[in-house]
Design a binder for this molecule. Structure first.
Ligand SMILES: *[C@@H]1O[C@H](CO)[C@@H](O)[C@H](O)[C@H]1NC(C)=O
Ligand SMILES: *[C@@H]1O[C@H](CO)[C@@H](O)[C@H](O)[C@H]1NC(C)=O
Ligand SMILES: *[C@@H]1O[C@H](CO)[C@@H](O)[C@H](O)[C@H]1NC(C)=O
Ligand SMILES: *[C@@H]1O[C@H](CO)[C@@H](O)[C@H](O)[C@H]1NC(C)=O
Length: 509
């Protein structure tokens, strides 16, 4: 009798424990493998996980858009260059998005926004370095320019902006970024000294004037009046910065899948459809024509420059036609709301993440390789032969996949002049020596650490490769080997592969 009771009790307790453990896992209250979890529980994860602190509590399309504009009247702050005492900064690899630009499309039957793309320190927004930046760019013939870059204008200079041209706001945003980084890296950590060698600086950009000019502005803020003869600017032919590893059929197939998902989501949004119809009616154009002109791009420019939204310019017989009805903030808010929702749905669907891993790998691989070389070389000296500061001047279509591949989708769509930074740090001596970790570490990188910052915010412990790393006083930063093994192998888990080559050439279901 007693034995039977005890048996029942054990059984009951066992069942209770099993239920408890299952529900804890299901609700994600106990940590599980982040990669496996992403595959199986992506829906639940989003609802119950602690929200990334970079994510606003409730989406508000208009407030989000103010962030996106990145008004340069606010002082730039950031946690770049912060580390525990005695750590040595060895290298900084940064990707930027170009600054504020003129629209790439115009809205049919409307006046284009009137924006002056010449640079003048008499006009707002300005920056103390603006005038000397303009003078310095005139000497750019002394620099070394890859491919077609030498023939691009080094400054925006049209009294009426051309399509896609960088504006003065865009230049000022990057002068500010550069100046902030100079305080963080040069003043505080002496990352580059006055006699920096040409090999210590790596600058690459796409062949668009706005990325070239943005790169030069951030560089000028970072190294005012830099010596042109020591500068080489390299061109990346693909917006993915994939160099010679661009061939990846699976990546294109994931992108097709993602675009089909996006299309389905858009046409299912009745409010969005009604809004396009209303906007087209306002402007007296076909809805299809309006949609093809991607009106949100031009409206963003009006919004960020505090210009009234465009009105219909129905031609009349008189010489100065009166303006007709106008597009409104409500129209704009609906499109932005749908864009935000699309971002959330994109994360849940997970197709984009697979695209992103393949799109971002070549850039991450080069970044990882450079950091590893510097880590090894630093045993001798602070590598005068290695690029201790590398700058990639890029586009939103470069940065979005990079953030997604790193597991930082919650960090938000890259605003104008966004910056993503990888810092390499050397700790004074080796402390914690867990067996497991030592096995994984590359030789000579035991005391090497990485930090990842986005717009000045330290997101190291939100990344897919360091999310599960417990901060401890012995290891307050993320070990470099975790980043290296993520880039070289673990990031392909999500596409069931172990290498870039295999992932790119396998069949996509
Ligand atoms: C910066 O400019 C924006 C738009 O012009 C304005 O709304 C905001 O209040 C300004 N912020 C500061 C700190 O001046
Ligand atoms: C801008 O263009 C004008 C004429 O097109 C030229 O006179 C001026 O020197 C240019 N300014 C700069 C800074 O390149
Ligand atoms: C990644 O970098 C390594 C050097 O560290 C190189 O051998 C390899 O080819 C690169 N892979 C890709 C796909 O770019
Ligand atoms: C990876 O493999 C699992 C199990 O075989 C499968 O369910 C999943 O769809 C695969 N993922 C991809 C991206 O192929």
């Amino acid at each position: 009798m007693l034995a039977r009771n005890r048996f029942i009790m054990v059984l009951v307790v066992g069942v209770l424990l099993a239920v408890l453990s299952f529900s804890l896992q299901y609700l994600n209250l106990i940590p599980t493998n982040p990669v496996a979890e992403q595959r199986s529980h992506s829906k639940n994860r989003k609802r119950v996980n602690p929200v990334l602190h970079t994510e606003p509590p409730r989406p508000d399309p208009i407030r989000d858009t103010h962030q996106y504009c990145n008004y340069p009247n606010i002082t730039e702050h950031g946690w770049e260059g912060h580390s525990p005492a005695d750590y040595r900064l060895l290298s900084v690899q940064m990707m930027i998005r170009h600054g504020d630009r003129y629209p790439l499309y115009s809205i049919p039957k409307t006046k284009r926004p009137a924006i002056d793309c010449t640079l003048s320190d008499k006009r707002k927004p300005s920056h103390p370095l603006l005038a000397s930046f303009v003078n310095h760019m005139a000497l750019g013939g002394r620099g070394h320019w890859d491919a077609s870059l030498g023939s691009l204008p080094r400054l925006p200079n049209h009294s009426s902006c051309e399509m896609g041209e960088l504006t003065q706001t865009g230049v000022v945003q990057h002068l500010k970024n550069g100046d902030h980084l100079r305080q963080a890296y040069i003043k505080r950590h002496n990352l580059l000294t006055n006699d920096w060698s040409p090999t210590q600086l790596w600058v690459e950009t796409t062949g668009k004037s706005r990325t070239l000019q943005s790169g030069l502005a951030v560089l000028f803020g970072f190294l005012p009046r830099f010596d042109w003869s020591r500068l080489t600017v390299r061109q990346q032919w693909s917006t993915l910065f994939c160099g010679s590893s661009c061939d990846c059929p699976a990546r294109n197939r994931y992108l097709d899948q993602e675009q089909r998902r996006q299309y389905r989501q858009r046409i299912a949004d009745a409010e969005l459809e009604r809004t396009y119809v209303a906007m087209a009616k306002t402007l007296v154009v076909a809805t299809k024509t309006l949609r093809a002109a991607n009106p949100v791009d031009a409206l963003l420019c009006h919004f960020c420059h505090h210009l009234p939204f465009p009105c219909s310019s129905t031609p009349t017989a008189t010489s100065s036609p009166p303006e007709g009805p106008c597009l409104t903030l409500q129209h704009f808010a609906v499109i932005r709301r749908q864009q935000k929702e699309d971002e959330l749905e994109r994360r849940e669907a997970g197709i984009y993440r697979r695209y992103a891993v393949l799109a971002a790998h070549p850039y991450l691989n080069r970044t990882a390789a450079r950091m590893e070389r510097i880590a090894k070389g630093s045993q001798i000296h602070r590598g005068r032969e290695e690029a201790v500061f590398a700058l990639a001047s890029a586009h939103d279509v470069t940065m979005v996949p990079l953030l997604s591949a790193l597991g930082l989708e919650g960090a938000g769509f890259p605003r104008f002049a966004a910056r993503l930074v990888f810092e390499l740090w050397n700790s004074p001596d080796v402390k914690d020596n867990g067996e497991n970790e030592r096995k994984n570490r590359g030789k000579g990188s035991d005391n090497m650490f990485v930090r990842v910052l986005y717009n000045g915010e330290d997101l190291t412990f939100d990344t897919a490769f360091c999310r599960d790393h417990r901060r401890s006083s012995a290891q307050p930063l993320c070990p470099l080997w975790k980043f290296l093994s993520f880039v070289r192998r673990d990031m392909f888990n999500i596409v069931n592969a172990t290498s870039y080559q295999r992932a790119c050439h396998q069949t996509v279901l």
